[in-house]
Ligand binder design. Structure first.
Ligand code: MLT
Length: 399
């Protein structure tokens, strides 16, 4: 919904609640609207916008979903905490992939995509006046969930000079005292930065000292375009992390299943039971065939991840080389399918630059400012389009 629509509705008798007025229009909804406007003029738009993989979900996963949908019992209400079969598959995968042991009964909870769990978590633990530490630039849902719960987001700037890791030394003690949750996200969206075990250990110490929850968004854990085994690290694999933290996962990017809406959160059981209590009151679980299909993927389709990553690597190399040829300053990274680059025109805001790319070249990128004030000066390219389209976009940009 555009700003104008929001204003028009507010002029009627049905005014939006304050909490909605505190939020900007959801970033990707706004970009989508602008894209449709340009498309309607007949422009063949190339979109580096939302991170929605163009690659398909594995056929075998789709087939399991089809078959399971035919079974009568699967068409009834699912269980609130998620199908044990799905949670067991998640726990098995966690042990094999990250060496983290989880009890599928109490330490894994199915989600309607990680976004849903992230958005609802503050409702379980945040009271008005409480603080939630939110990375900026960051996924807009950390902020939105905090505001919906009546909490106050406190921004942790992610700056390039710190490799887009927060600097905890600048957060006042008085803020830590009121902090209930810290959101973190590595591999990071939008910057494509990564974190190591040392950083995560520091986070654990801090959280224990000030008694807050760490909510680690790990949606991009499997998107790795580097060599060797320097794959992304799990926050939960660090000593003591399970005492204070949870990790959010999504099958969206792992198996190209964005539309299925399936993910899970795992880790500290008390935190999971709080989130579970919120969810029991608000939703009725996830269609069982989707959970069975997701379990099938985690058990049988992990090789697909490597194939996808090879494709993302080629796209990344192509785009980064092309952008650098055009004079862009690109942040080099081997995680996520995002490319984070500085706005190449001095004195132009990221939003104005993104709008000019859309209007003049028919190319969608996401302005960094849409992820928060510290995203200003950057734009994000999502590598979820083919090499041919990337080449065409680079040609258009060169003209
Ligand atoms: C993004 O483009 O940042 C993500 O795809 C949004 C999401 O995962 O909801």
């Amino acid at each position: 919904m555009s700003m104008k629509q929001t204003e028009a509705i507010n002029q009627n008798s049905f005014k939006f609640a304050e909490r909605l007025n505190k939020l900007p229009v959801y970033l990707f909804a706004e970009i989508d609207r602008l894209k449709q406007e340009v498309k309607a003029k007949g422009v063949n738009v190339i979109s580096f916008g939302i991170g929605d993989p163009d690659l398909s979900a594995p056929k075998s996963i789709v087939n399991v979903l089809k078959e399971e949908s035919e079974i009568d019992i699967n068409q009834k209400y699912p269980s609130y905490e998620g199908l044990l079969k799905f949670r067991e598959s998640a726990a098995n995968w966690y042990e094999k992939r990250f060496g983290v042991l989880l009890d599928p009964q109490t330490e894994v909870l199915s989600l309607i995509g990680s976004k849903e769990g992230i958005g609802h978590l503050p409702l379980a633990f945040v009271n008005p006046g409480d603080i939630v530490l939110v990375p900026d630039p960051g996924y807009p849902v950390y902020n939105a969930g905090t505001i919906f719960a009546g909490g106050t987001p406190y921004i942790m700037p992610l700056k390039q000079e710190n490799d887009f890791l927060p600097d905890f030394s600048i957060i006042p003690k008085s803020v830590f005292e009121k902090t209930r949750i810290m959101f973190l996200n590595y591999p990071n969206n939008p910057t494509s930065a990564k974190a190591d075990k040392f950083f995560f250990s520091e986070v654990v110490k801090l959280a224990k000292k000030h008694n807050f929850i760490v909510a680690h968004d790990f949606a991009y854990s499997e998107v790795f375009t580097g060599d060797g085994d320097a794959e992304p690290e799990s926050f939960l694999s660090v000593k003591g992390a399970k005492d204070i933290g949870v990790e959010f996962h999504s099958l969206s990017k792992t198996f190209n299943m964005t539309g299925f809406r399936i993910g899970f959160v795992c880790g500290n059981k008390q935190i999971l039971s709080g989130l579970g209590a919120v969810k029991t009151n608000l939703d009725s679980g996830i269609f069982q065939p989707i959970q069975i299909a997701g379990a099938y993927g985690l058990n049988n389709e992990l090789q697909v991840i490597k194939e996808n990553n090879k494709i993302y690597r080629k796209r990344k190399d192509l785009l980064v080389e092309g952008l650098e040829r055009l004079g862009y300053n690109v942040y080099k990274s081997d995680v996520t399918f995002y490319v984070w680059a500085k706005v190449p025109v001095e004195g132009t805001s990221s939003k104005d630059f993104a709008l000019s790319l859309l209007n003049d070249k028919g190319i969608v990128v996401t302005p960094g400012s849409g992820f928060g004030e510290y995203g200003e000066g950057y734009i994000r390219f999502s590598l979820t389009i083919s090499e041919d389209l990337i080449k065409e976009a680079l040609e258009r940009m060169a003209q």
